[in-house]
Ligand binder design. Structure first.
Ligand code: PMP
Length: 447
């Protein structure tokens, strides 16, 4: 009862004083989370719901993981703040553990507060390193909400912000299901998307482009895994023209895609990797830029013009060390790979076969999307581009009332639970989604 009262009070104060991201403030009805453990959350109305979106923070190890909680407590007792110019054990150790999981020459970490600022700094570093200004980024990408990061973002949310594009040029990514090039196979898509990118580079002036920014596997924009050869082709184009390849691993990194970093599914070594969220399971805000030795060398004797008060905050760094060690010692990557092959893959294929409203299911690791359409042949989305249809809201409400919450964006549901979710819980969550999708089928039927 007292938890319900606390939940009610939290809700009322939230609606009075808290301004929410990406929302019309008077149209939202946030779920209050009063407690959470493992893959489950308690919603303030006495209901237990399965977290199929890892709170969007990519709580990869689930809620209240004892080792991460303990590490933060211990660190709080030892040292809670560190000026950016000093050194500290937690930050040093986190940097070692992160760089150890990347290619040999990716050795240096600049810690930030989250993903957007990591991308901002990555671009600044690439510009200073190359002496060039333009940056290429993909339509159907998400890179964060700050000035440059939202301009890098290739989804409609950028329209309303400052339109000074600041040297950003968008290109069409490889996306076989909704090919921008009319491709029917992955081979065609790889070839055509790379030709398109080559043209964009040439028309913008290859000697003017500092960097290309790409999500290793695009997340918020639809979890569409690049077709074979695409990432390798991008790497080759960058090498030919001295362009820095920045891979945004904010969402896909740290085990989400079944490997430490999603780009490790491909034969590529980026020059810069950005990360956040999963690095410490989202327990304390932290992001970062990992740069290779050659970019580091640019700033060896020349000051890097940028910094953050909380760069490598000890509580965040201690959580990162504990989270990475727990991922390793608990065999989390292996668990994700098994879930991917034995549960996600087959069950989502069944869901697609059963529901006429499902146009595509795709993903890897514990990173999956269901794309809803009005018609499988025309692929007309169930929600218009850039909008949320009421049927999507109804599906989400149905999921919640049945006890599981996925993530929704435009015409897609994303299923990205904590990486250590049990098979039983995941199967329960997929049952819920399966049931709720009847609403989408009914909607399509009525059309
Ligand atoms: N890049 C990607 C790929 C992301 O998914 C996000 C957050 N969803 C960001 C950047 C921005 O991170 P933050 O919200 O921590 O600024």
């Amino acid at each position: 009862e007292s938890q319900m009262e606390a939940g009610r009070r939290a809700y009322e104060l939230d609606r009075k004083h808290v301004f929410h991201s990406w929302s019309a403030q008077e149209q939202i009805d946030p779920m209050t989370v009063v407690d959470a453990e493992g893959s489950w959350m308690w919603d303030g109305e006495g209901k237990k719901v399965l977290d199929l979106a890892s709170q969007l923070i990519f709580t990869n190890l689930g809620h209240k993981h004892p080792k991460v909680v303990e590490a933060v407590k211990q660190q709080a007792e030892e040292l809670c703040t560190i000026a950016p110019q000093h050194a500290n054990g937690a930050r040093s150790e986190a940097a070692r553990l992160i760089t150890d999981r990347l290619a040999n020459d990716l050795n240096h970490v600049f810690f930030t507060n989250g993903g957007a600022d990591a991308n901002e700094h990555a671009v600044r570093m690439a510009r200073l390193h190359t002496g060039r200004h333009k940056v290429l980024s993909a339509y159907r990408a998400y890179h964060g909400g700050t000035h440059l990061a939202i301009n890098l973002t290739g989804d409609p949310r950028r329209f309303a912000s400052d339109r000074a594009s600041d040297g950003v040029v968008h290109f069409f990514p490889a996306y076989t299901y909704r090919s921008h090039f009319g491709s029917e196979t992955e081979e065609q898509e790889t070839e055509r998307a790379l030709n398109h990118l080559r043209d964009v580079m040439m028309l913008e002036g290859t000697d003017q482009v500092a960097a290309i920014v790409l999500e290793a596997i695009p997340g918020t924009a639809g979890i569409y895994v690049p077709p074979p050869g695409y990432m390798e082709g991008v790497r080759k184009l960058c090498d030919e023209h001295g362009i820095i390849m920045i891979l945004d691993e904010v969402m896909a990194g740290f085990g989400r895609a079944g490997k430490w970093f999603a780009h490790q599914h491909f034969d590529v070594e980026p020059d810069i990797v950005t990360f956040a969220k999963g690095v410490n399971s989202g327990y304390v805000p932290m992001g970062g830029v990992v740069m290779d030795d050659s970019i580091y060398a640019t700033f060896a004797d020349r000051a890097y013009p940028g910094g953050l008060t909380y760069s490598g905050h000890p509580l965040a760094a201690a959580a990162a060390v504990a989270a990475i060690e727990a991922m390793e010692s608990e065999g989390v990557l292996e668990h994700v790979q098994r879930l991917s092959e034995e549960v996600f893959g087959p069950r989502l294929a069944e869901i697609k076969a059963k529901h006429p409203s499902v146009g595509d299911v795709r993903g890897v690791g514990a990173f999956w999307a269901i794309e809803l359409v009005q018609d499988r042949d025309t692929k007309e989305p169930i929600a218009p581009y850039g909008q949320t249809a009421s049927v999507m809201k109804d599906i989400m409400a149905e999921c919640r009332s049945r006890g599981a919450v996925p993530f929704m964006n435009m015409n897609r549901l994303h299923i990205c639970p904590p990486l250590n979710i049990t098979r039983e819980d995941l199967n329960f969550g997929l049952d819920v989604v399966d049931e709720a999708l009847k609403l989408a089928d009914d909607f399509v039927d009525r059309k």
